[in-house]
Design a binder for this molecule. Structure first.
Ligand SMILES: C[S@@+](CC[C@H](N)C(=O)[O-])C[C@H]1O[C@@H](n2cnc3c(N)ncnc32)[C@H](O)[C@@H]1O
Length: 254
């Protein structure tokens, strides 16, 4: 889809706004990545980049009850949603949700003990993210990010076509690990997110939304094409999930 086309963009956000999360993930995966990060200060300062509506922010707030958070996303409705959700969860005083650009974060050196980014670093590229966020970490601070990766070579044409649209720069796990080392971090561990993190947590709610919107946009060819593209993304995952996935990379600043 063409994100610069206001109509297509509106349909895209009609699909996505209000979903529980905006990418694959789960409480269990967030917890596992946090455990890989190792010990943190008693009251860690955490930055959640590309937080979306903040499902993982709330999970981290539960897992780190003494932590304070800054959560940043460029899409204002997601920030509003996180504010509503954190108020409902009784932790809004610990979560400062802000509209902002991850490429130009307005924080000083050493501001955070932990930087978190689920499924959003692709927006500026993993290498740029790793380099730009490095100085924001305290010495030895931890960074965890999840990122779409190729899991097998020679994906069928239907898969390639989908990812050529979505994320042409997508790499495999070894290439991501190499970047971690090149950018001044020690990898503490990594794991591939389970299929349930994609389907149960993300695609099934998204599919239900697409079904509902098919009625609303009946006869509208522009909207129909955006809905069809999202359906194709889900169908391709159902059929070819062994070719690609999300890896959680957990590291420490060296
Ligand atoms: C795939 S979603 C993941 C959201 C959330 N972490 C989750 O897993 O539900 C990617 C998020 O990155 C945000 N994003 C994309 N580019 C951004 C940028 N330059 N600065 C801040 N946020 C950005 C989008 O608005 C979106 O919420």
């Amino acid at each position: 889809m063409d994100f610069d086309d206001p109509k297509q963009r509106a349909v895209f956000f009609d699909i996505h706004d209000g979903l529980p999360r905006q990418g694959p993930g789960s409480f269990d995966s967030t917890k596992r990545a946090l455990e890989l990060a190792g010990p943190l200060p008693a009251a860690p300062r955490v930055l959640d980049v590309g937080c979306g509506p903040g499902m993982q922010t709330l999970h981290l707030a539960e897992l780190l009850p003494a932590a304070t958070f800054v959560a940043v996303d460029m899409h204002p409705p997601f920030i509003d949603e996180l504010k509503t959700r954190s108020a409902a969860a009784g932790c809004s005083e610990r979560i400062d949700a802000q509209v902002g650009d991850m490429a130009a974060l307005p924080f000083g050196p050493g501001s955070f003990d932990l930087i978190w980014c689920e499924g959003a670093a692709y927006s500026i590229g993993v290498e740029q993210a790793l380099r730009a966020w490095h100085p924001l970490l305290s010495p030895g601070g931890a960074l965890a990010l999840s990122e779409a990766v190729w899991l097998r070579d020679e994906a069928p044409a239907r898969v390639r076509t989908c990812w050529d649209i979505e994320y042409p720069a997508m790499m495999d796990v070894p290439a991501n690990r190499a970047l971690v080392a090149q950018c001044g971090y020690e990898l503490k561990g990594d794991f591939v997110l389970p299929v349930s993190d994609w389907l149960d947590e993300y695609y099934v709610p998204m599919e239900q939304r697409i079904d509902a919107l098919a009625e609303k946009y009946k006869g509208d060819t522009v909207a129909g094409a955006v809905l069809a593209e999202s359906r194709e993304e889900i169908d391709v995952y159902r059929q070819y999930s062994d070719y690609y996935g999300y890896v959680f990379l957990v590291m420490r600043r060296t």
